[in-house]
Every structure is written in C-alpha cells, then in structure tokens.
Ligand binder design. Structure first.
Ligand SMILES: [Zn+2]
Length: 55
C-alpha cells in the first residue's frame, strides 16, 4: 500500500512561486503576487472590490 506521510500531498493549486496571496473581499478572486503591493491602491479587476492579504 501507499505510505501516507502527508508531505506528498501538497495541494496542487497552491502557487509556491508566489509569496503573497491577495484575495478579493467580495468575490474571492485570488491575486497571487511575488511582491507586495499596496492594497489601498489596487482593486479587484472583476468586481472592483477591495483586496486583502491572505496568509
Ligand atoms: Zn472581486
């Protein structure tokens, strides 16, 4: 049987290249970024909602 050690099950959807994951507070659209950005200045391109940094 397959040995389950947990570390093999890294979620594929998780973008490991990106350090910061910004998410729209309204429509939950994700905006992964490699660098920080000013969430006061950037808005969601889908709905115009505010972004928040998700850890
Ligand atoms: Zn949005």
């Amino acid at each position: 049987m397959l040995k389950v050690d947990g570390s093999r099950y890294v979620p594929r959807l998780e973008p490991s290249n990106y350090k910061y994951n910004y998410v729209c507070q309204t429509c939950k659209q994700a905006y992964p970024r490699k660098r920080r950005m000013n969430i006061e200045r950037y808005r969601c391109s889908r709905c115009g909602g505010r972004l928040m940094l998700e850890d």
